[in-house]
Design a protein around this ligand. Sequence first.
Ligand SMILES: O=C(CO)COP(=O)(O)O
Length: 251
Amino acid sequence: MRKTIIAGNWKMHKTIAEAVTLAEAIKSQNPNPSLEIVICPPFTALTEVAKAVQGSPVAVAAQNMHWEVQGAFTGEVSPAMVKDAGCKYVVLGHSERRQYFGETDETVNKKVKAAITHELIPIVCVGETLEQREAGQTEDVVATQTKGGLAGLSAQEVADLVIAYEPVWAIGTGRTASDDDAQQVNAYIRSVVAEVFGTEAAEAVRIQYGGSVKPSNAKNLLAKGDIDGALVGGASLKIEDFQGIIDGAKA
Ligand SMILES: O=C(CO)COP(=O)(O)O
């Protein structure tokens, strides 16, 4: 049984005080032992948020990191630092990082390996642009990103991580993939994992959907067999919306 994982990616939002307030509100909600809740504040708030949720079932993730342990990489944050800040997870290869900051499957792969070395669980993002979808390239794109991002890992390492399918055209647009479309791509990603890493890894790996997830569509998306959770952007910034999504997963 794969445990449903709902993650809130706060992107470049919230001061430390605002982040702690939201984290405490999430922590104070009734935890459901069949769900895993993860919050991804900006770097500046990681330590304080990790302290605020310590001892609760809410886990903390960084939104990115470098692959080197330390060194002359101005502006970067290392896996050891992310771990030290109290993170359990790290989001890697988000489409905004690929689009605006030049991330490639190769750099994502280096980061995934570094995360595992530092006992951080990667949430590896894949997803096609609108142009690619309209050209019929969705499967090719997610297969290439999945194989590239996970290259060189063992079946067990893949079984333990999380993949997030986030179609770029659905991010921040209010335009969600239909639950059937999302299910279809998630199932396809699982088949790619099976082909490369074997059926056990494919059965175990959790594959989230992300892209305009909100309380009104979460329940139907999360009811699909290959959608093991959600990676939520905008709707994770307000407690009412995030809680509504969590409630959808509970039902
Ligand atoms: O990019 C996302 C989460 O990582 C999705 O963002 P939205 O939920 O705002 O569409």
